[in-house]
Design a protein around this ligand. Sequence first.
Ligand code: MLT
Length: 219
Amino acid sequence: MAVDPLTLFHHRFVPPEPNRSPLVLLLLHGTGGDEDDMLPLGPYLAAGAALLSPRGRVLENGAPRFFRRIAEGVFDEEDLVHRADELAQFVTAARERYDVGSRPMVAAGFSNGANIAGALLLLHPKVLDGAILFRGMTPIAAKAPPDLAGKPIYLGAGRNDPLIRPYASEAWAETLRGAGADVTLQWSDTGHALAQEDIDAARDWLAGKFSPARPDGRS
Ligand code: MLT
């Protein structure tokens, strides 16, 4: 019997509040997090948005992740492709099951969560309508650039991030721009951890790009 894609990931779903944000936020945690980690961020980024928050299916010494890595910043590409496929199936099933199919789906991911969201953008470009990627990097070399024409993507990078050097953030932004995305690369004077200024800046960016005034949510 075929597996129900909704059961692939432990997850939380928070329904939207009426007449507030038009969005569904796909919340994707960093290494060692779980489905509860990013939930408090959701209402702060977009009050009243529906929230979909899965837990990564891979364990690294007991720490949940969204795909395997060989070393820090060196990814197991075969596993990454497979896990991005699974997540795309899950998100597609969740949209239907939770009856939020007409709402724009915007990922908000941190670190490993930002990287699996990046893989979704490159490998399954139709699944997301936009993305906030905190402390992410190029997850995989795309064989052919996907069509991300006009897709709003926010990259939140830390100038002092010891894991992601500035050139790597610039390169990731260039890859996404090359695919036609509407990229905002925002720098903060921080390291790898998220700071309040990152979250405030992402919230303002999101409100500017997706507004409740338009039926499709786009500004
Ligand atoms: C990753 O593995 O996705 C990145 O190295 C970030 C991390 O999760 O540490």
